[in-house]
Write a protein that binds this ligand. Structure first.
Ligand code: BG6
Length: 468
């Protein structure tokens, strides 16, 4: 097969601030929601205090990125490192740190691809405003975004406002809901936070375009591709609605500046319509994304879930893969193999997702996350992760097929460049191309060790995606 990847294709790898940086309170950084949530589990697994210690090792780590041949590095800035309480004084040490990272990347020919907010809202905004529930947080985010555009926009052209807004709002601890038990109240708060994040996204998109000439900005979506459990029409509808409620209600808002009808109907029937101002409409409508960033790990199945005596329409059950009464019930696909952490492995689902996003929005796509989480084994100083190579090969192949289908793709960044703190499972679950020698409870020597997948991916990049 010929090589279909464009010449300037952005081969890269990804990470996020709270998962790699460590130095959680160093040089003035403030506490974040991600810190707070990880400290609640410190007794059972690694937390954000040290993580992969990128804060102190960024030079060596970027040297490894260069050795890998990366054309881009997708990473996030920690809002609370730059503005410790989210809305007050700017911490120059935070700006200095990211300047050093960005300059080193550029010096090594690596395009910085920056996310502004990856699950780590400054905790002070939770204490003051209940986080995203308040418009004060929208204002604070907009100010933070503009500070970043001003400070880094001369060198950073690619931006993502939020990472996976559509996933953040499903996980209560990520939206700082801890003790509330009333499901209706939770759904009401969630709907308001979700809307406010859409507004914050739109404000950032517009300011980015105003402030940085030639900039490109787009949403990073947690993908959902859902197969009907059977060919019963109600199951087919359930699968469609699951994708709508997990992905498209949000992408439609980002793209068209308004929620789709089925989502408005849900908000009304559940009586949780968020507060929206008339003056938001032109902002939401004018914000034009330049690309969609796709984070893809797995697919699922869905079947119909009728309402019953105790569950009315729109009541949710679960979090990441929630069921919704009156619409859909999720399950794993019995025809697919899964990772030991329960993610179905489905490269052909990636081809479906890429075609879907392209056909719906005709915006170029970049994969900013795709990877296999496993407890790798270090043997004689080596990590033989042939399973990761298979996973990446099959997913890159799916990108190739999607490009042949006519999809415009800008790049591919596996998750993750190096081992990092899993968003839920500490350090045991590893995704990296580079092994970090620590465990959940022992920092060992934190040495960086190139896995077999590193050498394999290095060749893929050198050959512009031609697979062996
Ligand atoms: C994505 C997140 O949803 O999934 C990453 O953007 C996360 O931050 C990744 O690490 C994998 O999930 P987990 O829970 O295995 O770390």
């Amino acid at each position: 097969m010929g090589n279909v990847f464009p010449e300037n294709f952005l081969w890269g790898a990804s990470s996020s601030a709270f998962q790699i940086e460590g130095a959680w309170d160093e040089d003035g950084k403030g506490l974040t929601v991600a810190d707070y949530n990880s400290f609640r589990k410190s007794h059972i697994q690694a937390d954000t205090k040290v993580a992969s210690d990128f804060y102190h090792n960024y030079e060596e780590d970027i040297d490894l990125m260069k050795e890998l041949g990366m054309k881009t590095y997708r990473f996030s800035l920690s809002w609370a490192r730059i503005i410790p309480d989210g809305e007050g004084e700017v911490n120059r040490k935070g700006i200095e740190f990211y300047n050093k990272v960005i300059n080193k990347l550029i010096k090594n020919g690596i395009e910085p691809f920056v996310t502004l907010y990856h699950f780590d809202l400054p905790f002070a905004l939770v204490e003051k405003y209940n986080g995203w529930e308040s418009r004060k947080t929208v204002e604070a985010f907009h100010r933070y975004a503009k500070i970043c555009f001003k400070e880094f926009g001369d060198r950073v052209k690619y931006w993502q406002p939020h990472n996976e807004q559509n996933l953040i709002v499903r996980i209560e601890e990520r939206i700082n809901i801890y003790d509330e038990e009333d499901k209706w109240k939770i759904d009401k708060m969630r709907a308001q936070m979700d809307y406010n994040m859409c507004l914050a996204h739109a404000l950032a998109v517009n300011s980015c375009h105003e402030m940085i000439e030639g900039s490109k900005i787009g949403a990073a979506v947690s993908s959902s591709v859902t197969y009907p459990m059977t060919c019963k029409p109600e199951d087919v509808y359930a699968a469609r609605m699951n994708d709508n409620f997990k992905v498209y209600y949000m992408l439609d808002m980002h793209y068209y500046g308004e929620y789709p009808g089925y989502y408005i109907k849900y908000l009304k029937e559940r009586n949780i319509m968020p507060y929206m101002k008339d003056e938001d409409k032109p902002i939401l409508k004018s914000a034009k994304m330049d690309f969609i960033a796709v984070n893809y790990y797995r697919t699922n199945c869905a079947e119909a879930l009728p309402v019953d005596e105790t569950h009315e329409f729109g009541v949710r059950e679960g979090s990441v893969d929630f069921n919704m009464y009156g619409l859909f019930k999720m399950s794993m696909n019995p025809r697919l193999k899964a990772t030991e952490y329960g993610a179905s492995i489905d490269p052909s689902g990636l081809r479906v997702a890429l075609n879907e996003y392209w056909q719906r929005y005709h915006l170029p796509l970049i994969i900013t996350e795709n990877g296999l989480g496993t407890p790798d084994i270090l043997e004689d100083g080596k990590v033989h992760d042939s399973y990761r190579i298979d996973y990446l090969r099959n997913h890159i192949k799916a990108c190739e097929l999607a490009i042949e289908d006519g999809v415009e793709m800008l790049g591919y960044c596996p998750w993750s460049f190096m081992d990092l703190l899993s968003s839920a499972q500490g350090f045991k679950k590893r995704y990296g191309l580079v092994y970090v020698n620590r465990t959940d409870d022992d920092l060992l020597d934190m040495k960086r060790i190139k896995k077999d997948s590193f050498y394999w991916y290095q060749k893929v990049i050198a050959n512009n995606g031609k697979l062996d």
